[in-house]
Design a protein around this ligand. Structure first.
Ligand code: PLP
Length: 467
């Protein structure tokens, strides 16, 4: 340590580009570590969600553009005390809304280190270390998802970008045509199709069956109808764990249809794919391994801080679509066994999202991830059992399916349900979502935080039932 500090003084350059001294950098850096760990240690005493008032937040955080330096420690405090508390606490054990983000600390360390080193993962020559970490992590994720060897991938900001990337690649690989999805497909997917220029009349949104799954019969009818009308069927989108209810489309049947009809099979596992780490989830997600492209969201159920999405896809397809080697990048072009990640997606300059995954998978081990995911699945099943114990009061609308359960108060309207969601959020005790299933507004718990206890689940349901 002493020699390090000595040599950093001797180098002749100050360590910070814009002039902070080493001692100051350490003091502020340790301060940040303390603030983060303090917050994590007391997070259960915070509100599960806090939404601010626009004018008040603006007044506290705005002000004149600072021409002269302001005190860094005070600025950090302002961020930690005013800006950052005003958000959903996706890692709070009673945050059950939408999809929680229970990020893990070893992953945060990877993120910090990568940012501190200003890591770039764009070309092989300019970032062979981070590129290798990304290749390793992608292959680890491939193994966890059970996809065949040789499958490749790329890390992007999240599920939305991962699916958009997949659609561009699918079109570049097999040509365009009609796309089939269901009314339970996440809304970011039809949006991606629209932004990629797929005309609305080529996007078939099929009505889900009574279990909210893609209906195989109507899919077959739609494909046949399109062929008859002279349209070219192109891609089927299945979901492995819908955001609404945790439902999984009939993946083996969809895979068979795609094989027979020569269609691209895209699976959106942004929410549910990590359940494949567990024995129960593997059975539930059977068929996922047959995707031509699979999306998962490590910033959801793989305990990563935002942002991290992953696309896994057949070998060679990414580069075939995105390859870009202009003159000024010639001397950083990859050779055999080397990968230019700039040619695997739309980002050229890109940070490394792999470091956090690499750190957390190594630090905790897959067994710990598996156990943590099992806990979420079991807690949602506990919630369902608890609701069923009071049949006069509660109706289970969809059973616990990989961490998600939807339910309703008997004799109450959609408006009543929405009001209870709001009141519970305002109380700070917990945060849940309402959602709409087949036109009906219901309550929904998404339980993927392994810190959540049965007491948390019970008390949240009780409060929803009594407020
Ligand atoms: C969250 C989610 C998405 C979108 O992913 P982002 O990471 O928010 O971009 C897509 N599909 C499903 C099923 C999701 O749960």
């Amino acid at each position: 340590m002493t020699t390090d500090r000595l040599s950093e003084n001797e180098s002749g350059y100050p360590p910070d580009t814009l002039g902070l001294e080493a001692e100051e950098m350490r003091r502020l850096g340790y301060r940040v570590v303390d603030m983060v760990v303090d917050r994590l240690a007391r997070k259960t005493r915070e509100a599960a969600i806090l939404t601010g008032q626009a004018d008040q937040l603006r007044q506290a955080l705005g002000g004149h553009l600072p021409e002269q330096p302001l005190n860094a420690e005070e600025s950090l405090a302002l961020l930690a005390e005013v800006a950052l508390p005003h958000q959903q606490r996706g890692d709070h054990p009673r945050y059950f809304a939408r999809v929680p983000g229970p990020s893990s600390f070893a992953a945060v360390l990877g993120e910090w280190l990568g940012t501190g080193f200003n890591t770039i993962a764009a070309s092989w020559a300019g970032g062979s270390g981070p590129a290798t970490v990304e290749l390793v992590v992608i292959d680890w994720l491939r193994q966890l998802m059970g996809l065949p060897e040789g499958t490749e991938g790329v890390l992007v900001s999240g599920g939305s970008m991962a699916s958009l990337t997949a659609f561009a690649v699918a079109r570049a690989t097999v040509g365009t045509g009609v796309v089939y999805l269901s009314d339970q497909t996440h809304s970011s997917l039809p949006r991606a199709l629209k932004e990629l220029g797929f005309p609305p009349e080529y996007i078939r949104i099929l009505e889900s069956d009574d279990q909210l799954r893609m209906p195989v019969e109507s899919l077959l009818a739609a494909i046949a109808g399109d062929r008859q009308a002279g349209n070219r069927p192109f891609m089927v989108i299945g979901t492995a764990g819908t955001t609404n209810a945790g439902t999984v489309d009939p993946l083996p049947e969809l895979a068979d249809i795609c094989a027979r009809e020569n269609l691209w099979f895209h699976i959106d596992g942004a929410y549910g794919a990590p359940a494949a780490l567990t024995a129960q989830g593997r059975v539930y997600l059977h068929g996922m391994e047959r995707a031509d492209s699979l999306v998962l969201d490590p910033h959801k159920w793989l305990f990563q801080p935002y942002d991290a999405g992953c696309l896994l896809i057949r070998k060679g397809a990414l580069e075939q679509c995105f390859n870009m080697n202009p003159e000024y990048l010639k001397d950083v072009e990859a050779g055999a066994g080397e990968v230019d990640f700039r040619n695997r997606g739309l980002e050229l300059t890109r940070r490394s999202r792999a470091l956090k995954l690499w750190m957390s998978l190594r630090t905790y081990g897959v067994a710990r991830f598996r156990e943590a995911i099992e806990t979420g699945i079991a807690l949602a099943e506990y919630a369902e059992r608890y609701l069923r114990q009071q049949p006069d009061k509660w109706e289970v609308v969809t059973p616990a399916q990989i961490g998600v359960v939807c339910f309703a108060l008997k004799g109450k309207t959609g408006e009543d349900h929405k009001q209870r969601v709001q009141e519970l959020a305002d109380s700070g005790f917990a945060c849940v979502s309402s959602t709409v299933l087949k036109g009906r507004t219901v309550l929904r718990l998404c339980i993927i935080n392994p810190l959540t206890t049965e007491d948390d689940v019970r008390e949240t349901i009780d409060r929803l039932g009594s407020c």
